[in-house]
Design a protein around this ligand. Sequence first.
Ligand SMILES: *[C@@H]1O[C@H](CO)[C@@H](O)[C@H](O)[C@H]1NC(C)=O
Ligand SMILES: *[C@@H]1O[C@H](CO)[C@@H](O)[C@H](O)[C@H]1NC(C)=O
Ligand SMILES: *[C@@H]1O[C@H](CO)[C@@H](O)[C@H](O)[C@H]1NC(C)=O
Ligand SMILES: *[C@@H]1O[C@H](CO)[C@@H](O)[C@H](O)[C@H]1NC(C)=O
Ligand SMILES: *[C@@H]1O[C@H](CO)[C@@H](O)[C@H](O)[C@H]1NC(C)=O
Ligand SMILES: *[C@@H]1O[C@H](CO)[C@@H](O)[C@H](O)[C@H]1NC(C)=O
Ligand SMILES: *[C@@H]1O[C@H](CO)[C@@H](O)[C@H](O)[C@H]1NC(C)=O
Ligand SMILES: *[C@@H]1O[C@H](CO)[C@@H](O)[C@H](O)[C@H]1NC(C)=O
Ligand SMILES: *[C@@H]1O[C@H](CO)[C@@H](O)[C@H](O)[C@H]1NC(C)=O
Length: 656
Amino acid sequence: MRSCLLLPLVICVVANSRLPTNYEYYGKDEILSGLSAAQRHFLLNGENITLFSGTFHYFRVHRTQWRDRLRKMRAAGLNAIETYVPWNLHEYQSGVYDFGDGGSDFEEFLDVEEFLRTVQEEDLFAIVRPGPYICAEWEFGGLPSWLLREKGMKVRTSDGAFLKYVSRYFSKVIPILEKHQFTNGGPIIAFQVENEYGATLNYDKAYLRAIKEMFIDHGIKELMFTADSPLLGLLGGLPGDLLVTGNFNAYPEFNLQVLRLYQMNKPLMVAEYWSGWYDHVTEDHRTTDTETYSNVLERIISFPASVNIYMFVGGTNFGFTHGSNFVSTGSNNSGLQPETTSYDYDSPISENGDLTEKFNATKALIEKYSPIKTLLPDIPESPKRVKYEDIKIEEQLLLSTVIDEFPNKIASEDIVPMELLDINNSSGQSYGYIVYRKSNIDLKAGAVLKIKGYVRDHALVLVNGVLLNRMLSSRRDIDGFGYWRLHNSSLTLTEKDLTNATVDLVIENNSRNNFGQLDQFEQYKGLTEEVLIDEEVIKNWQIVPLEFKRSWNEQLSGWKPISNRRAPALYRATFNATLPLSDTYINVQEWRKGIIIINGFVLGRYVTVGPQLALYLPGGLLRDGENELIVFEHFSAPLSVKFSDQPLWGLGNYIH
Ligand SMILES: *[C@@H]1O[C@H](CO)[C@@H](O)[C@H](O)[C@H]1NC(C)=O
Ligand SMILES: *[C@@H]1O[C@H](CO)[C@@H](O)[C@H](O)[C@H]1NC(C)=O
Ligand SMILES: *[C@@H]1O[C@H](CO)[C@@H](O)[C@H](O)[C@H]1NC(C)=O
Ligand SMILES: *[C@@H]1O[C@H](CO)[C@@H](O)[C@H](O)[C@H]1NC(C)=O
Ligand SMILES: *[C@@H]1O[C@H](CO)[C@@H](O)[C@H](O)[C@H]1NC(C)=O
Ligand SMILES: *[C@@H]1O[C@H](CO)[C@@H](O)[C@H](O)[C@H]1NC(C)=O
Ligand SMILES: *[C@@H]1O[C@H](CO)[C@@H](O)[C@H](O)[C@H]1NC(C)=O
Ligand SMILES: *[C@@H]1O[C@H](CO)[C@@H](O)[C@H](O)[C@H]1NC(C)=O
Ligand SMILES: *[C@@H]1O[C@H](CO)[C@@H](O)[C@H](O)[C@H]1NC(C)=O
């Protein structure tokens, strides 16, 4: 009894000596209610709350850095973070899941429960957007590529075939999130239903309702909302039922008035205020100045409205995970605009964890406008990055040798796109490159190869192991043979007669569209139509899926001294790292196009037609002692691997 009587005193003393934490302020003694939008301002457990939230995707930052980034976000004064949940990483093969221990190459990025616990430990609430579609400039908007095996299925609609897969996935992922709801003692205060559905211009309320019902069936009790460009808010939402929120980066008064019109007596919330922008390959690096950023943010906060800043931490599209846009409609591949490996986004916390001017500006605005003062941590110091010494490259493995020695090539009468290969437990190929090999063929002098339709998305052509493509040396080359913009492309295969030749078509899947109307979501990769030589359709191919899976990368052997730097090849170099394992960048200015693999993990793609010229390598992917770096270069390799301690933007050394 006595200690019970003392308890309030102790709390009283603690509360007097310092500000309360977020959870002390809103958790009080007992949690009776979650986030409420039943009036013109938000309430959390009965207390007024303005959401100052920032987006942080756990799958774009190595887990060893989650706490650092989260603490910095809290130190900026944010009270919440927002994250998507990527279906294509969590269900990496149909019916096979990874939530941190599922054995996929992304395992160490996928422990969403550990992430949510860290969010809570760092005194932040969470807003979660489980999709199923997430956009996010992420491959296929987060949808798994194996869905495309169901011919005729309409993704992102109430098509029963699609909902069956969503339902199976949700029955795994929603129960995990359910445990971490605010009213169950966790950090999650709100859930978003689908994502920018208005932009599909598809009126399918049954689909939105089905997603909402699946959330509820798995025990979701917290606030649910939709998010769209405000003018599309009614098309993409279920107004009257779910809170409609807005995504934009300009005209805040106009956009907030639009939201107000939909729901006079509900709080205003900007689900995505874009802090910067992302980059497309072949374009220049995009930034927005801090003044414009702060000006719009201040007008949102003072309107007043709640806000989520997208992105607060940009991060990286590791592996083959970046998405793309389409500038034209339909599955016309010429309008493909692949995004870069870096997702820095010019956000308040940069890809490498450094704080930018936008960080300071955000912190100052929250301090100025937040009526509720809570305890904030000190800003953690950012660890130093290292520029390792150049490493001379001594070993290579020619791509033609890799193809020659690939076991169990798949025999196929016709050209088959990646998704439809009957491999991987009926999930098709899930990453990387696909090789179509035609051996034992006689070619006449001047023989012409013709690829019907589009190359999806980049083709290297080898005859007897010799690369025929033009060397990538200018942005304009992307308009020519071997890239995604040309329809019905052709190439001369030989100047003289050849007997018993081997022709390899190596096709790189350069990622799928992640945004917009539904007809842009029907996208196969590899080759989809016929291939002809001298107008004759070629049949009976051998197909090699080159997925660059971790286990495969780790067992690569047969490295040879360098014999030819101007052929598609893998290059190997090793370097030593010591504790603490510092972050660095791989400088790709002297390379052309390819991928980088660190200790078996695909770090990402590079292509020096810009704008990204250095790939961020977080220390968490290194090991104490020897580290193995493999570069798969399509065209031409320099003598050494170089590092950088800073991001680099622009054009590569051999690109004009
Ligand atoms: C909560 O916010 C509303 C709207 O801004 C305001 O009218 C009310 O006074 C606030 N309540 C408290 C306890 O601060
Ligand atoms: C194959 O896929 C099924 C579901 O489609 C799954 O239940 C099974 O575990 C998978 N097998 C392997 C070996 O991954
Ligand atoms: C593909 O789209 C581009 C841009 O909209 C257009 O110019 C081109 O004619 C289209 N090609 C085909 C084959 O439809
Ligand atoms: C942010 O503010 C801190 C403290 O005032 C200052 O030291 C730092 O240089 C500022 N950072 C930037 C990028 O302006
Ligand atoms: C998919 O199948 C290919 C060919 O059999 C194999 O090399 C690859 O390791 C498989 N991928 C996965 C993720 O299991
Ligand atoms: C490509 O060839 C097909 C017929 O094989 C034709 O219909 C189409 O218009 C051609 N595309 C272009 C861009 O010429
Ligand atoms: C054709 O070339 C392959 C190697 O690509 C070789 O194994 C085979 O013996 C050759 N056949 C003839 C008839 O020369
Ligand atoms: C294509 O590449 C993307 C990543 O860029 C990957 O997520 C997708 O599964 C790949 N699809 C195929 C069929 O290889
Ligand atoms: C890396 O360290 C090992 C010993 O741990 C040593 O044998 C090797 O020579 C070192 N490599 C380089 C490139 O310094």
